[in-house]
Design a protein around this ligand. Structure first.
Ligand code: SAM
Length: 316
């Protein structure tokens, strides 16, 4: 470890505020990712941890760039926005303020979706739609790991869709995923999709926007009211990532409920709806799906703490 590394590492150890939704970030992985970016060869925190650091001569422009990057990170700018990279399911994605930074927790949904597509009985050329695709991470992960799948991504945000297309070129997967702008499944209201989709996957916005206090636990308020609220999010997230990516309406489940209502028209019999949920939302949404005759099988995926973080529901 050289003096430059030691000095900048010490600054990060003292000043870096780490967030639980980016478990891959540490003073070490952060400095290594910024170091690579400063030399013009950016990579994610995950990749940087294992790759050898290039030389950074004293007084070089690259060293000044690195010091500036460390300042920006300590001022609260997300690491993935400075480096322009985030790893998801082994893919080095482009990352920017146009779309949500893919989170490690969403890999659980990606893995479950890939398993559904690989299980016996699934059509080889399965049709998949990723709703709220953001930078395209779920769509690209599925396209990469399930080479025969026909994958589509859609988002209400034109900026996100333009960015996802850039990501396709970056990943060499531009011919594998088709992107469309639209509200939920609106851009697929055609006979070739209605009743023909094998998997609808989504990591939708699910944070509650309501300015409620704990004292607002009014009679009849649903349990998912305790979900994180947009106003309570860390500044690093709230100030740098698009609000459209988080805001799930007053209780956080507005988009999820609309998706549950819309999806059956698009899914073929035996097709799957798979989506991520916020902490505290899983039990109520599982019950909602179990009561719905459009679905015949409902599975909740739990995280390491036993909390439901994704739900899979099979079309009747
Ligand atoms: C939590 S982000 C997920 C991004 C990405 N799929 C991921 O896993 O990181 C939710 C995404 O849903 C999009 N979105 C919000 N409302 C939408 C709507 N009504 N229809 C389609 N997309 C929507 C946002 O623009 C955002 O990209």
């Amino acid at each position: 470890m050289n003096d430059t590394y030691r000095k900048l590492h010490d600054r990060l150890v003292i000043g870096l505020k780490l967030l639980p939704d980016k478990p891959e970030e540490s003073p070490d992985s952060t400095l290594r990712a910024l170091w690579h970016a400063a030399t013009g060869d950016p990579r994610s925190a995950v990749a940087a941890l294992h790759d050898e650091l290039p030389e950074l001569p004293a007084n070089s422009p690259s060293l000044q760039t690195l010091e500036h990057f460390v300042d920006r990170r300590l001022a609260g700018e997300p690491l993935a926005h400075i480096t322009g990279r985030q790893q998801f399911m082994g893919l080095e994605m482009l990352c920017g303020p146009q779309a949500l930074i893919p989170r490690a927790e969403t890999e659980q949904l990606a893995r479950a979706s890939i398993e559904l597509l690989q299980q016996p009985g699934m059509r080889q050329r399965a049709v998949v739609i990723d709703v709220g695709t953001g930078c395209g991470n779920l769509a690209f992960a599925i396209a990469h790991h399930v080479p025969d799948a026909e994958v589509f991504g859609t988002d209400l945000s034109e900026d996100a869709i333009a960015f996802a297309k850039r990501n396709g070129v970056h990943l060499g997967l531009q011919t594998r995923v088709e992107f469309r702008t639209g509200d939920l499944l609106a851009s697929f209201e055609t006979p070739d999709f209605l009743g023909h989709v094998d998997l609808i996957v989504s990591n939708p916005p699910y944070i509650a926007s309501a300015k409620l206090n704990q004292a607002d636990m009014v009679v009849g308020a649903p349990p998912y009211i305790r979900t994180t609220r947009v106003e309570q999010m860390a500044a690093e997230i709230a100030h740098h990532e698009p609000r459209l990516a988080f805001d799930g309406g007053p209780f956080g489940v507005t988009i999820l409920m609309r998706l549950i209502e819309d999806a059956p028209r698009f899914l073929r019999a035996g097709g799957w709806l798979a989506f991520e949920v916020g902490l505290g939302q899983g039990a109520a949404l599982t019950k909602r799906l179990q009561r719905d005759h459009s679905f015949q099988e409902v599975r909740a995926l739990v995280d390491g703490n036993g909390a439901s973080r994704a739900i899979l529901a099979r079309r009747s």
